[in-house]
Ligand binder design. Structure first.
Ligand SMILES: C[S@@+](CC[C@H](N)C(=O)[O-])C[C@H]1O[C@@H](n2cnc3c(N)ncnc32)[C@H](O)[C@@H]1O
Length: 297
């Protein structure tokens, strides 16, 4: 379980230096967008950001200021990670065993919300802080060092209802959730890596095997919230969930049509917290494409 949770040691190498104009590395998400914004993805590695990145980075800091992680950030520094991990590599295709839930949550009988591709983890952490005592939060993330840092942050904040697991969610979601004792009430997939080239679509998180496992695992009334700032990626996710819609698995569009635009995209983020990529994308003038599904009660 130690390795699943990222181990006890932090491999963080240096703090991020805001305001320094040094070479910037961008994650594929950003590099591949035609507008190619000059800011960094906060969950990726850069030693420093150009001045123009300060605006959106500051917005992210503001959004998560309630976590008061600034000092934690300074103390443990930034994380240097490989920008992308190939989810198809052999070691990541083996389903991860579930943890002993009583070791990771103070009350494992609570409902749980799972954030797939949790990045830095601050989205799940903020929800965990706001909903302590009523819901557990689990982040699944394929970049090991982000998992280590997120678990360190959660420990520093004394949050006993949030945990991050190092896993390829596409293959491990089912095995991990199979032993959770409480009801699965929410799954979020927020701005997954786009993998634009068609030969790389098989690396996208949302594949039919994951869709089926999510729907099987959801409790009655449980929800799936999907969003991306890349329309093609949002359409791909929507297409895959759509084929499973029936009397037991409902598209919220059909239940609450007034909450959607003319193209069937949910107008608002109904979670109460925005993800880091969402904050960046909206600040850049981008649009979010959202869908919501639910298991019948
Ligand atoms: C573009 S980031 C978005 C992070 C966050 N959800 C947000 O909206 O700010 C996508 C994240 O998904 C992670 N990821 C990609 N493939 C994954 C997989 N198969 N399983 C788990 N995490 C994955 C990446 O490492 C990255 O942290």
């Amino acid at each position: 379980m130690k390795s699943v949770l990222g181990g006890p040691f932090c491999t963080i190498v240096q703090p991020v230096l805001f305001g320094h104009r040094l070479q910037i590395k961008r994650c594929e998400t950003l590099r591949s967008l035609s507008r190619c914004p000059p800011f960094r993805c906060m969950c990726c590695t850069v030693a420093a950001a150009p001045v123009s990145s300060l605006i959106t980075s500051d917005l992210v800091e503001q959004e998560f200021s309630e976590l008061n992680l600034k000092h934690v950030f300074e103390k443990v520094g930034g994380v240097r990670t490989r920008q992308h991990v190939n989810p198809l590599k052999a070691s990541l295709m083996v389903p991860v065993l579930p943890p002993r839930w009583e070791d990771v949550f103070s009350d494992p009988s609570l409902p749980i919300a799972v954030d797939i591709g949790s990045g830095s983890g601050r989205f799940a952490m903020l929800l965990a802080k706001r909903n302590a005592g009523s819901c557990n939060y689990l982040g699944l993330e394929i970049r090991h060092q982000l998992v280590v840092r997120a678990n360190n942050w959660a420990a520093e904040l004394n949050l006993s209802n949030v945990c991050f697991i190092y896993a390829n969610a596409t293959v491990s979601f089912g095995s991990i959730m199979s032993t959770y004792p409480g009801p699965l009430k929410l799954v979020t997939i927020l701005c997954p890596d786009p993998h634009f080239k068609s030969r790389h679509h098989k690396r996208r998180i949302v594949q039919m095997q994951l869709v089926e496992k999510i729907i099987d695992s959801l409790a009655p009334g449980g929800k799936v919230f999907l969003q991306s700032d890349v329309k093609e990626v949002a359409e791909d996710m929507r297409r895959q969930f759509e084929v499973k819609v029936d009397a037991y698995f409902l598209n919220d569009l059909e239940v609450n049509p007034s909450s959607y635009d003319k193209d069937g995209w949910l107008l608002d983020n109904c979670l109460g917290v925005r993800s880091e990529r969402e904050i960046h994308a909206i600040a850049e003038g981008g649009q979010m494409y959202r869908s919501l599904y639910m298991k019948a009660s």
